[in-house]
Design a protein around this ligand. Structure first.
Ligand SMILES: Cc1ncc(C[n+]2csc(CCOP(=O)(O)OP(=O)(O)O)c2C)c(N)n1
Ligand SMILES: [Mg+2]
Length: 307
């Protein structure tokens, strides 16, 4: 087992344990924000981000905890943000859906589906004009590919050969709606229409495969080949927003979930879990303690930074 694999595994486990802690705390109402959990999708996020350079920028969605933590965001500031506390990353005003950590290259997240894709393309254009050798990654869900802005962004990025990697995490669902009932197009063919290369990882739980694929694609984008689209298939274990699993709602198949979970390294690899868990549990407990003890923002703060 390589050190690189262990590092990816540790990061993915760190995200899962942090989100399991969020799920445990959530019913207490101490968390002042809706939460969209990544559980089931952390392996591909950890592998993707491990294969980027520190100067690369990332823009993503409301399902943001995994990207925030993997890109280097401080877990204490994330928990404080979720608690709505003044010590949170955005002074408690942004919540779970709008995490950022610009010093680590996580530039922003948005509750609006596909909203950050154009920001990523704008940043890619700036990098090109500045002669900067970093790339920009736009990480969004399968639902975002139905938005007009995605198509506009593919066009502009292809036209200008921008250093943008569009990663689509395809969990087959947009809230309760299945992909087959939403999309009349094939992402691969759509991408080809813009002359953009398309890549697929059919199993986001396969961290070495995602890491190798990302490294290859990122090298080409960094080298001036222009944009690329990279689809990663995944399974969202939890409900769209919140901490339940929704199997009683009738739109998702428990057998499919069980098949993913049976292959999940964060379930199967007991020796690595045991190796990393004590240290990660301590980090999470310290982050929760930090959030619990942090003050709420003062009343005068309520209108600052929001206009
Ligand atoms: C422009 C816009 N339309 C609709 C919504 C409501 N909405 C929130 S999340 C979501 C599903 C998006 O699915 P996907 O992009 O596949 O991401 P996932 O939640 O599966 O990670 C929708 C429709 C929204 N937030 N923004
Ligand atoms: Mg989806």
């Amino acid at each position: 087992m390589t050190a690189a694999y262990e590092a990816m595994f540790r990061q993915a486990l760190r995200i899962r344990l942090a989100e399991e802690k969020i799920a445990e705390i959530y019913p207490s109402d101490k968390i002042q924000s809706p939460v969209h959990l990544s559980i089931g999708q952390e392996p591909h996020t950890a592998a993707l981000i491990a294969s980027l350079a520190p100067g690369d920028q990332l823009y993503t969605t409301y399902r943001s905890h995994a990207a925030y933590l993997a890109k280097g965001g401080d877990m204490r500031l994330m928990f404080a943000e979720l608690y709505g506390k003044a010590s949170g990353i955005s002074k408690g005003k942004a919540g779970s859906m709008h995490l950022c950590s610009p010093e680590h290259g996580l530039m922003g997240c948005s509750a609006i589906v596909a909203a950050t894709i154009s920001h990523a393309v704008g940043a890619g254009y700036a990098f090109q004009l500045l002669g900067r050798k970093d790339i920009v990654v736009s990480l969004t869900g399968d639902g975002s590919t139905e938005e007009g802005v995605f198509h506009e962004c593919l066009n502009f990025a292809a036209l200008r050969k921008l250093p943008v990697l569009f990663v689509i995490e395809n969990n087959g669902l947009a809230i309760h709606a299945h992909l087959a009932g939403r999309q009349a197009f094939s992402l691969e063919k759509l991408t080809a229409a813009y002359g953009i290369p398309y890549f697929l990882s059919p199993d986001g739980l396969d961290m070495p495969a995602v890491a190798a694929q990302t490294a290859k694609i990122a090298a080409a984008v960094r080298g001036g080949a222009g944009p690329a689209v990279y689809e990663i298939r995944a399974c969202r274990y939890m409900q769209h927003v919140g901490v339940a699993q929704d199997f009683d709602k009738g739109y998702r198949d428990r057998a499919e979930f069980e098949a993913w979970r049976a292959r999940d390294p964060l379930v199967r690899e007991k020796a690595l879990i045991e190796k990393f868990r004590p240290e990660l549990d301590r980090e999470i407990a310290a982050a929760v303690d930090f959030a619990e003890k942090a003050p709420f923002p003062a009343c005068e703060e309520v209108l600052k930074d929001v206009f």
